[in-house]
Every structure is written in C-alpha cells, then in structure tokens.
Design a protein around this ligand. Structure first.
Ligand code: IVH
Length: 677
C-alpha cells in the first residue's frame, strides 16, 4: 500500500475535527457558528480527500453519515445489561405513593431528589462506544435481545460518531430515544401525500419505520434526532454519583440531552414540573407522552434495585393520550368559499390531546380512499401540538358487518350544481360559483371576518339570513343594506341594526393588505396579502402584473401567482371591486418595499398582556410593517415576545423556552428606532 503524504493525513484529521465540531454545534447545541455553505465546502473537501486516498476512510468520519450499502437483514444483539421498561403513574396520588414507597424502602428521614425528564415518544436505542468511537447501535427489542442498526444510527446527526474527549472511557454504552421532531413528521407526510404514498400514523411510527430500513440511505433522508437519557455500562471511568451529573457528562461528550431535564428537590416540585410541562407540551418541537422521574442518587438507585422488568427507582407519569379510539357515526359534506366539497367526519365524542373531539376533516376523496374508511368504523383520532384533529387509521378488526361506504355526491349538497374534480387536484368542487349560496355565504363571512374588513356584528347566523332572503348576493350589497331591511330580520332590533350600519361605515376605511385578503383570492392568506400590498403599493399595479411579476413577491410561487393573476383577469371580480369603491371602501396607498430587506423579516413575534400606549391590533400592524410574522402562541420558534401588563401563560412559556421578552418601554424604543412613532 502506498503511504499517504503526512500533510494529507493531517488535513483529513483536521477536516474531521472541524466537521464534527460544526455538526455538534448545529444539531446538538442548535447554535451554528458557520454558514451551511462553509460546512458543505469542508465536507466536499473531506469527501475528495477520502476518495483519492481510500486508506484514510474510517467509520467515524462525518462523510459516513449519508448511509452505505443496503443490508439483507439485521443481526441480533444481546443486551448485556437488559433494557428495562418503566412502571406507570396516572395521577398525582400515584406519584406521591411512589415517593412514599421509595423513601420508606431507603429509610430516609428527609425528601428525595429526583431527576425529571420528558418521556420522549420514539424508539429506545443502545449505543456502544469503544475507546470513544461508535461501534454499534441496537434497538431495545424485547429488552434482552435487539437488532443491530449501526448503519442507520450513524446517519443521525445528533449522535456523535466519536466522543468529544481526549480521554474516552474504554467502553461506554449510552441509552436514549431516537425520535422524529413534529416538523420533520409533517414534512415527510406532506411529501408522501403528494406522491400518493402511504402516510405515517404518528412521529413514533415514522421514527420506528425509518430505523427499520435495511438501506441506511433511506434512514439518512429522515430528519431523526436522538436524546440520551441514561448510561448502560461504563468501563475505565467512574460513573458520576448522580444521574443528573451523568447526563452532564454525556452532554460534555457531545450527546444531545433534552433541554427540559430538571432536578427536583422533593416530590412537590416533581408535581409542579408535570404541570409546567403539560402546559408547554403542545409547543414542544417533538411529541412527549409523559414525564420520567428518576431517583437522582445512583447509590440509592442501586439499593432500590429492580422488580420484574422495571427499576424501583423510576416511574413514568403519563400525559393524557394524543391518540384515542372512537366511532365514525357519519360523514357530512361542507362547501367552502372556493366551492371545495369537504367530507367532515362526525365522531362519537372522544377526549384526546386535552380536548373533546367530535368532528374531524377527512380532507378529500383521496384521503378517504387512503384510509379505506367506512361509516360505522372504529377509528384512531390523533390530536397533537397545534395541529387540528386527524383520523389516522381504521381499526379493521372492529369493522361492523353493516359498515357503509362513504359515497361522494355528484351534485353540490347546497345548490345541486354538478361537482367536478380537476385533473391532478385532490379536491372536488361545486361548479355553481356564485349561484351556490354556500359559496356566497362563505365569501361574505370571509369578507366580514376579523382579519379582513372586520365588520363587527355581522356574524354567521346573520349572513345566513341575508343570503337566504336574497338581501345580499355579493359583498358590495352589504353597503346597500338599510335599517328597514335589517329590522325585518330575526333577532334584529333597531339598536342592533343601527350598530351594524355603523360597523359597515367604519369598515369602509381599511388598508390595502386587509382589502386584498378580504377579496378571498384562492391561496392568498393574510401574510400573502400583506406581501402583495407591500410589494405593489396600490391595487391598480396588481391588475396589470404578469405571473412573472407576481412571483417576485416574497413567498409567492407559481400556484399563488396563477390564482392572483386569474382573479384580476375576471371582469366580474373587477366589477365587484369597482362597486365596493363606489360605495366608499377606501385605503391609503403604500410605498412599495423589498420584503427581504425589512428589519424583522423572517422573525416570528408574539404579543401578550395589554399595553398602555397602543392596542394589540396596532402593535401587530407595526410589527408586520417591519417584516415580522405575528403569531398567537409561543413556541421554541418564537423570536421575541412583547409583554404588556397582566401577561399570563404566554409570558411564562416564553421564559421557560428561553425566548427573548420585551416590555412596553423596550418595544416603544424599537418602534422609535425604526421611525414608527
Ligand atoms: S429511562 C430503566 N428516560 O420510555 C429506565 N426512558 O418504558 C428505562 N423513554 O422505551 C428508561 N424517554 O425508551 C427513560 N427520559 C427517559 C425516557 C425514556 C422516553 C422511553 C424508553 C422506554 C420507555 C420506558
């Protein structure tokens, strides 16, 4: 074999060290110090060097994370130290009982210290390191024997291929959970849906499925993460005296440790930790199904030992389930503003993910076919995070003999016009257009809604009556309503009629973003309407814009450009706009701006509490003017929270998640700095 030039050896070594360091900063610390392009350059250089000098390749090289040769089967792995499971607690009393048993067994006079950890909902794994290098990854299996998934775990970026220490223990077995963050799960399913493939039921199944791949290149394409939560074995180094110190040691070696792990001085603090985590559960980036409490002192753990297949020193307190079974009682078809006919499942009410769910969308015909669902079926409903409830699967074993097929109507359930399905689209639409009272009603509801023209007092029931009695056919008719017509309606006294007429007057003074949103152009939501308004400045500029011009607007792709262009090409739509303007609807023009250059573009802000100097709507518009998105809930992705007086749970969440918080004075200073005050 030809010896490799020592300079090249040195370079390869240095590249690996740098790439491992950047990888750790990016995937474990979430704090990268170099741009992606620089990482890619280093990686390319290392790949080049290894290709030219194959003897330099090694299994712990960062180039090996992309997956390798497919296997024909997985080998089995015997766990020298069995991988146990946990006893469950379902209430505060169960947890207090656990603490009492443990304290009595240890004959302790005082309170016990516990490590409190999120119970991550993924797949348990064991990772083996020899002299600091990852040599094996295995599933838990039945606890005694698992499967060798080394090739697959190597592709997971948050797993160190080499420990970050110059003095690694001779042997180390680390245990933890591999999981798929919710964003990755949604992305995988969006892609699968578009490709007409089978969807994953939940992030845990998706993580398990991704690890079960014989071809590690497939695993490499899934954005899996791993958090370490315990030590299986260690040789050549003393285990720290506390579990929490063990996690600190693992963190220092490069493992990801869940950022919400805390040490509680007594069982009362454990109970409040549970409450705190239950509150922020929906905002976390990954599914957790409970909290694991572990006696922190390792000597105590050893004294307590095990029962059957679970340790006496730990317990899992479960959260309310995010998936439950219920029965599909029927399906109704709803017609939306754009004519989309959506099947809505009527369910036997079921408590899931903290709320009672009795309806769930079935999206469209493809989704119904994919689920293979029938009326009468027992189904699994999932509600997790901020996502609306979904039916994820059918329990076929429980299908009754008289289960009924879901038949899509050929005619609109409201106006009876034929329904049509455009080639390549999943949605079935009513062809009635404005003949269809359902579409008209929805268009008017949208126009009057808070984010559009915000017409106070014009609620859904009133719109149903106005359209039902032919008083309003299109939005401009609203401005021709008079007091006599209104007082003739159900539950409408002269005072309410007067109030509504005043609200209609007030609504005439609007802004271009609100007006554009109110028009109900397909695929144009609040944010797109704002981008369009800020880019073009005035409505006429939109009339004459081509699809190419439109695609220059931030976040506008070919689909949105197509719908916007089509909307302004239709004479009927221009006619309605003219009639609205003739009725007095008006807005100031805007000085066009380049979205990407706005000071807060790309950031998400949250407003909470009340401010003395301005209302929430005004504060929101100012932030949006500076390019920020304004959201109603705090999550790890929130850039900043503006907190007025009487701020409640949002402020608490922000503090827990370590999100920056500005008080009113600081917020006003920011606005002044940008010339908005
Ligand atoms: S400790 C003997 N800690 O929960 C100790 N387990 O039934 C056993 N899990 O499949 C594990 N998060 O994979 C522990 N922070 C955590 C955990 C956790 C999730 C899973 C684990 C196992 C199940 C226990």
């Amino acid at each position: 074999m030809v010896a490799v030039d020592p300079v090249i050896c040195e370079e390869a070594h240095a590249l690996r060290e740098q790439l491992n360091e950047h990888n750790h900063r990016y995937y474990v610390l979430d704090d990268p110090t170099v741009p992606d392009a620089e990482y890619d350059r280093l990686m390319q250089r290392l790949q080049q060097v290894e290709a030219q000098h194959p003897s330099l390749k090694s299994t712990d090289s960062p180039t090996q994370r992309v997956g390798g040769q497919a296997l024909s089967s997985f080998q089995s792995v015997a766990h020298e130290v069995p991988m146990l499971s946990l006893e469950n607690a379902f209430s505060d009393e169960d947890l207090i009982g656990f603490d009492r048993r443990v304290t009595e067994r240890l004959k302790l006079p005082g309170a016990l210290t516990y490590a409190c950890e999120p119970k991550l909902d993924g797949v348990a794994v064991s990772l083996l390191y020899r002299e600091g290098v990852l040599v094996r990854g295995a599933t838990r299996g039945d606890g005694a024997t698992g499967e060798d998934i080394t090739e697959n775990v190597r592709t997971i970026n948050s797993i160190p291929l080499k420990l970050q220490t110059d003095t690694p223990p001779g042997l180390l077995e680390v245990r933890g959970e591999i999981y798929l963050p919710r964003a990755g799960f949604e992305k995988l399913n969006t892609e699968a849906r578009a490709a007409g493939e089978k969807l994953f039921v939940n992030p845990r199944n998706a993580a398990a499925g991704s690890l079960r791949q014989l071809d590690s290149k497939i695993t490499a394409s899934r954005p899996l993460e791993m958090a370490a939560y315990s030590l299986g074995r260690i040789e050549g180094e003393e285990q720290p005296e506390a579990h929490s110190a063990t996690l600190d040691l693992l963190r220092s070696w490069g493992f990801l440790i869940n950022p919400h792990v805390e040490v509680a001085a007594d069982i009362e603090s454990c109970l409040s930790y549970y409450q705190k985590m239950a509150e922020i559960r929906d905002q976390l980036p990954c599914d957790i199904d409970g909290i694991v409490y572990k006696v922190d002192n390792i000597a105590f753990q050893q004294r307590l030992g095990f029962v059957a297949r679970a340790p006496r020193w730990a317990i899992a307190r479960k959260f309310p389930a995010q998936e439950e079974m219920t029965v599909l009682k029927g399906v109704e078809f709803q017609v939306g503003r754009t004519g989309a006919v959506t099947p809505v499942a009527r369910l036997e009410p079921v408590f899931v993910g903290g709320v009672t769910v009795s309806n769930a969308t079935l999206h469209n015909q493809d989704e119904v076919a994919r689920l293979g669902i029938k009326v009468g079926d027992t189904v699994i409903v999932r509600r997790a995070g901020d996502v609306i409830p979904q039916i994820v699967s059918v329990v076929l074993d429980k299908r009754p003999v008289d289960a009924l097929d879901i038949v899509f109507p050929n005619h609109c359930p409201v106006c009876h016009s034929p329904v049509e399905r455009v080639e390549g689209e999943a949605v079935t639409r009513c062809s009635g257009g404005l003949i269809c009272s359902a579409q008209r009603k929805e268009a008017i509801k949208h126009y009057a809604s808070r984010k559009a023209l915000d017409i106070e007092g014009l609620g859904d029931k009133l719109i149903d009556q106005l359209v039902g009695q032919d008083l309003v056919n299109s939005v401009d008719d609203l401005y021709r309503l008079n007091r006599e017509q209104l007082t003739g309606l159900e539950r409408m006294g002269s005072k309410s009629a007067q109030n509504l007429l005043s609200s209609l007057e007030i609504s005439k003074h609007t802004t271009l973003p609100h007006f554009l949103y109110a028009l109900g152009i397909r695929e144009v939501g609040e944010a797109t309407a704002r981008s369009l308004a800020q880019h073009f400045g005035h409505l006429e500029a939109l009339y004459s814009s081509s699809q190419e011009d439109l695609q220059e607007v931030c976040d506008v792709g070919p689909i949105v450009a197509h719908f916007v262009h089509e909307f302004f090409q239709q004479a009927d739509n221009l006619e309605i706009i003219n009639r609205l303007r003739a009725a007095g609807v008006q807005w100031p023009d805007i000085t066009p701006q380049d979205q990407q250059l706005l000071p807060l573009s790309g950031q998400t802000w949250v407003l909470t509490g009340s401010m003395e100097t301005m209302g929430r709507a005004e504060a929101k518009e100012k932030l949006q003017y500076l390019g920020a998105k304004v959201s109603g809930s705090v999550s790890a992705k929130t850039s900043c929270v503006v907190s007025g007086t009487d701020a409640g749970s949002k402020l608490k969440k922000a503090e827990m998640l370590g999100v920056e918080v500005l008080d009113e004075t600081a917020f006003l200073a920011l606005l002044t700095a940008h010339g908005l005050l």
